[in-house]
Design a protein around this ligand. Structure first.
Ligand code: FES
Length: 159
């Protein structure tokens, strides 16, 4: 009797211990999750804030006008093509700067050489006036679209 009555005691006692460990393990797991969440939250806004700052800086730079070149970079009677902006800037007369789309109105090639007041398209040989973009020689039939630039000091900016 005595030995039988002792046996059931260790059983429940072991179960209690196992249950306690399980609960502790669960508590640890929950705490770990909570810590992860907090870490993620604090990293998130930090990243967003720095991202906003850098993009804001880029925006304000663009808002002030993108500098294409210095006036000294544009040869008198010639010009320069800015492929990234799709613009060609010319100086048909000393101190006079013009800008046009660098996209040929014939089939869309980028114009290339500018010399003697003429902008030339390398694809089929169309030529445009460096003064007003008008067609000097076909096959293109319409003028290069004008682009707007502003001159600030010796800086040429795309408006
Ligand atoms: Fe310029 Fe044809 S695309 S001449």
């Amino acid at each position: 009797m005595t030995s039988e009555s002792l046996h059931p005691v260790p059983g429940p006692a072991r179960r209690t211990v196992v249950a306690a460990v399980g609960a502790a393990g669960l508590a640890v797991a929950l705490t770990a999750c909570g810590a992860d969440d907090k870490a993620s939250d604090s990293v998130g806004p930090g990243d967003g804030g720095s991202g906003s700052k850098s993009s804001g800086g880029t925006d304000s730079g663009a808002g002030g006008g993108t500098e294409l070149a210095k006036t000294g970079d544009i040869p008198e009677g010639g010009g320069k093509v800015f492929a990234d902006q799709g613009v060609v800037v010319t100086q048909p007369a000393a101190g006079t700067f013009k800008a046009f789309s660098s996209k040929c109105t014939h089939q869309g090639c980028a114009v290339k050489g500018i010399a003697n007041g003429v902008i030339t398209c390398p694809c089929h040989g169309s030529q445009f006036s460096a003064t007003d973009g008008s067609v000097k020689k076909g096959p293109a039939t319409s003028a290069l679209a004008a682009a707007t630039i502003t001159i600030e000091g010796d800086s040429i900016k795309l408006a």
